[in-house]
Write a protein that binds this ligand. Structure first.
Ligand code: HEM
Length: 195
């Protein structure tokens, strides 16, 4: 997830600058970001949500089995049928994400989709699944993503070799990995005593 987030930010430098500006405004450059700062970083949260929307770690959800005959929409589903949810497709569905569904736009989570969260309550956005078998590592995973991304972007300027665009090709598989490795150049952006 971190690699997708960094890749998206490197291809959208204005978003990268906005995340770093938020970090500078909220924390400043005289100390390192800590876990207790995270609640004051709404733009960073929007970036993480938008990354999980476009590049869910598990594009096809865990398997479910219908425990009784039922009807969903106009479809009759017999007991025992297996269900696999395509969250990758759902999370780019133009009927839900009307404004440029495939575009990286964290602002959508501060405006039109402000109320959507990633914790299994908003069925348009299910990067951790939902229900009884929802990812048990969700809160830990989210907290780590926010903290690691915040620390990295506060501490370092990041760029690509020769300012090339990052290749966003995805690999086929149960987990959504980048097809090509990400090379990042880093340079310190804080005083040396803080490292
Ligand atoms: C950003 C990080 C993570 C993402 C996006 C993620 C995503 C997912 C997804 C989509 C599922 C399937 C849920 C379902 O079928 O409804 C899942 C299941 C699971 N995850 Fe995660 N996960 C993350 C981090 C973690 C971490 C840090 C741990 C452990 C420390 C963890 C442990 C598990 C386990 C054990 C399951 C299987 C749960 C079950 O079948 O009952 N995950 N995860």
């Amino acid at each position: 997830m971190l690699i997708w987030a960094l890749s998206l930010l490197l291809n959208h430098r204005h978003v990268l600058k906005k995340v770093q500006q938020e970090l500078d405004d909220q924390i400043g450059k005289n100390r390192r970001v800590t876990e207790s700062d995270l609640n004051n970083l709404p733009y960073l949260y929007a970036v993480v949500k938008e990354t999980l929307r476009l590049y869910p770690a598990s594009p096809l959800s865990g398997l479910r089995e219908f425990s009784e005959d039922t009807t969903v929409g106009n479809y009759k589903i017999p007991k025992g049928t297996w269900l696999i949810l395509n969250s990758w497709k759902l999370q780019r569905d133009p009927r839900v994400w009307q404004e440029n569904p495939s575009k990286f736009m964290p602002e959508r989570f501060l405006k039109a989709h402000k109320k959507l969260d990633v914790k299994g309550q908003s069925f348009e956005l299910l990067p951790f699944g939902a229900g009884r078998r929802i990812c048990p590592g969700m809160n830990f995973g989210l907290q780590m993503m926010h903290l690691v991304l915040a620390s990295l972007l506060q501490s370092f300027e990041v760029s690509t070799v020769a300012d090339e665009a990052v290749d966003m090709t995805e690999s086929a598989g149960l987990t959504n990995l980048k097809a090509t490795p990400l090379d990042v150049l880093v340079a310190p952006r804080l005083a040396s005593r803080l490292y």
